[in-house]
Design a binder for this molecule. Structure first.
Ligand SMILES: C[S@@+](CC[C@H](N)C(=O)[O-])C[C@H]1O[C@@H](n2cnc3c(N)ncnc32)[C@H](O)[C@@H]1O
Length: 445
């Protein structure tokens, strides 16, 4: 199975005969063939019912979007620009009919992964835009549910189309031919997941079963260069040290002493050690996990009670014990503001990060301050990373923030293979990309 993060192309594996299998039902075959031929008129006739645009070959799991993109092959000098235009129109038409941007085929590639591997940038961009639209819709649905349509403690909403397996795990819940029924939590706190794309949380080492409460109850182990939970998920790993260093550089340009710093999520204390070295006037840390708090309080820790007592004034250096969702309320009430804020938690989904952007940053960040967060959103697949870069950018703008993305090379030599190198003893390879996009956020205007 090819790694979607790696460019590789085998023309035979991308041929129509290898992608549309003899076992494919005739109607699906007709749609896939028309998509492959960029025959828009036929496509329009065939897509006469919801869900048909995301039909799949039962063997290859080829969708019409895969077919329309794959048919282009890699760019050549003989390419006729009119053909590419027709391919773009076909992709656009399929998306209009509800084709799913991130269904995976039998080779674990989404249509966007195929476009990227083939070097078809314009088609790739269409897939990214479709992903952004789908994710923004998810955000709207979240808002909708919060307004409440509670019927006997159960929230039910039916959404046309897009009943997708968006998590990219290929578990086949994405036939797209049914409406999607969303059943909310009894207390209505949870947003419906229209799209639960793998890796879309800032640090969701466990995308589908992300459960912050379970994580906070789990037993943690600090070992050589890693912090792992009792399920083997990497909570924090030493290979991220360079990212932490670059984040500190971006948050504290010139590293002047006397800054007011808030860090959310202690983990291995890598970034807090770097922050402490800049001799801040205020250094607040928020941490919720009892195991991490025990580690902080243990003899030999740099951030125990003697560190707290060493601050320039009482309360200036402090580890706040508890969930940031609660502690930040307290900080807001106290009127605390910071020059630099870093956010890096674990086991929480994107809705929490977004809530931090919109509900806490405007009150906690100084007008001239800088905010950054660990940007692991969708980092196990380039297209998800690109979609979430745009989604986060839109939500940051919603919170009045401008973001400058700094591209940072990630040394992949020890990160290339699951279970090997840095990933030894870690359940899931949550990072696959050779470039990290470091968000540097400041207030607009
Ligand atoms: C990835 S680690 C942070 C790593 C840190 N940046 C470093 O340099 O070592 C995430 C941390 O966030 C903590 N955390 C998770 N959920 C939290 C919450 N709701 N409130 C506060 N801390 C939380 C975890 O226990 C963990 O210590």
């Amino acid at each position: 199975m090819p790694d979607p993060s790696q460019p590789n192309s085998d023309p035979d594996l991308d041929s129509i005969s290898s992608r549309i299998s003899p076992a494919c039902p005739p109607e699906t075959q007709r749609i896939l063939t028309a998509a492959w031929a960029h025959d828009i008129e036929t496509i329009k006739k065939l897509l006469d019912a919801p869900g048909k645009a995301s039909c799949q070959d039962p063997n290859t799991r080829e969708t019409p979007l895969h077919a329309a993109i794959r048919a282009c092959g890699p760019p050549t000098d003989e390419d006729d620009p009119a053909d590419l235009e027709r391919a773009k129109k076909t992709v656009y038409e399929l998306l209009l009919w509800g084709a799913i941007w991130n269904d995976v085929d039998d080779r674990n590639e989404t249509p966007g992964c195929v476009a990227r591997r083939l070097g078809r940038e314009e088609l790739y961009n269409l897939c990214v835009e479709a992903g952004v639209r789908a994710e923004m819709l998810f955000g709207v649905m979240e808002g909708y549910e919060q307004l409440g349509s509670d019927v006997d403690g159960e929230e039910i909403e039916v959404v046309e189309g897009d009943g997708n397996d968006a998590n990219g795990d290929g578990d086949g819940d994405a036939n797209g031919d049914e409406s999607m029924v969303i059943v909310g939590e009894e207390d209505g706190d949870e947003a419906p997941e229209l799209v639960d794309v793998e890796g879309l949380n800032g640090r969701d080492r466990e995308p589908v079963e992300v459960d912050s409460e379970a994580y906070l109850r789990s037993k943690l182990t600090y070992s050589d260069g890693k912090l792992v939970d009792d399920d083997g998920n990497g909570v924090m790993m030493a290979w991220e040290t360079d990212i932490m260093r670059r984040s500190v550089d971006a948050l504290l340009p010139g590293k002047e002493p006397g800054k007011r710093i808030l860090n959310i999520g202690f983990g291995m204390g890598i970034i807090d050690t770097m922050f402490a070295e800049t001799r801040p006037a205020r250094h607040h840390i928020i941490e919720a996990h009892p195991g991490v708090l025990e580690h902080i309080a243990s003899p030999g820790s740099k951030f125990g009670s003697s560190w707290e007592e060493s601050g320039p004034e009482p309360g200036a250096f402090k580890v706040y014990q508890g969930k940031w969702q609660d502690v930040c309320q307290q900080l807001l009430q106290e009127g605390q503001t910071y020059d630099a804020i870093y956010f890096d938690t674990f086991g929480e989904d994107y809705s929490q990060l977004r809530m931090f952007f919109t509900e806490f940053i405007p009150g906690l960040l100084d007008g001239q301050g800088i905010f950054s967060f660990f940007n692991g959103l969708g980092a196990d697949r380039q297209i998800c990373y690109d979609v979430y870069t745009k989604v986060a950018e839109l939500h940051l703008a919603d919170a009045g923030l401008d973001v400058d993305w700094q591209a940072i090379d990630v040394d992949m030599s020890q990160l290339a293979e699951a279970g090997k190198g840095e990933w030894e003893g870690v359940k899931r390879r949550y990072w696959t990309l050779d470039k990290y996009r470091l968000p540097v956020c400041t207030f607009l205007g």
